[in-house]
Design a protein around this ligand. Sequence first.
Ligand SMILES: Cc1cc2nc3c(=O)[nH]c(=O)nc-3n(C[C@H](O)[C@H](O)[C@H](O)COP(=O)(O)O)c2cc1C
Length: 315
Amino acid sequence: MIVPPSLPDIDPPLLNTASRWASTEAELTELYNCTSTGAITVRTSLLRGFKDDPAVHQYCFFDESSKSPSSLNTIGYSSTTLPEYIDIIHKIVTSSPIYSHKPVIFSVTGSALEVAKCVSLLASSSCSSYAAAELNLSCPNIPGKPPPAYSPVALKEYLMALPKSPKIPIGLKLPPYTYHDQFAGLLEVLKDLEVCPISFLTSVNTLGTSLVLDQDTLRPKLQWLTGPGIGGMAGAALHPLALGNVKTLRDMLDEASLHRIQIIGVGGVSDHAGFRRMRQVGAWAVGLATALGVEGIGVFAKIQHGSRTGFEYPG
Ligand SMILES: Cc1cc2nc3c(=O)[nH]c(=O)nc-3n(C[C@H](O)[C@H](O)[C@H](O)COP(=O)(O)O)c2cc1C
């Protein structure tokens, strides 16, 4: 029986997830060289890049005065292509002052065939010994392209296009599911394949169709000129749903004898207590985006060491 490669150890089990703050060479270098990240994730890229439009692709934070802020975004994918990211990461890893076998997760998307090509490209690249591919099938912000991970039929098409015996670990970035049949649909697809090429699940992406209004003007906080300011929500407001998703996935994977599939738990983690909650419900490693955007790189040491040194939220 073919068993796809697992993600190597992530030590500490803490990493950034794909986001606007893991986009440039400078940001990725800082994330890679941080001793409190056990792996890093590169922002979602495509084979041929994505046209960024600052009038549409935006983010904001809300509940900034609380201990744990949240975020809303209409951000699309990176304008840097996957081949460009492979070169950037190779340069970062080979010139890093730390000796590290840190895994680098490349978030990729596109059509089923394009995504399969991304996986092949990574497997034959200069980064293949430490690279993993995370298929982002859950971005809620692309009009006309509903997240395939909400549709078992679309999901199956993606998985069928992947190599039967992958050379690098492949994961799926999942959207937040809100009712049982959505989890069951995913499990059916994973179980039905003759060989399931998936090694890990990253749960959860942002929750789409969310709206935040400025409390004084009652206008959308996202100044999206051409739209109503609706976007994907993340951060503290997403945390209970993210915990519920990770717990449900872990239980259902175990029941289906898919113990080998690891879960990266994401959503609203900004301190050591949140990290512990994610681990408690079954996250093998814990990822974050919003707290990195709010606090910067110091958030990882704060979470790892369980202290509130470094950043203090105002109020
Ligand atoms: C501004 C912003 C950009 C993001 N971009 C991506 C992306 O390119 N690919 C992806 O898979 N997830 C993306 N995400 C989702 C995050 O990786 C993460 O799944 C989500 O924000 C929940 O984690 P958090 O509560 O720690 O922010 C983005 C999130 C934010 C806030």
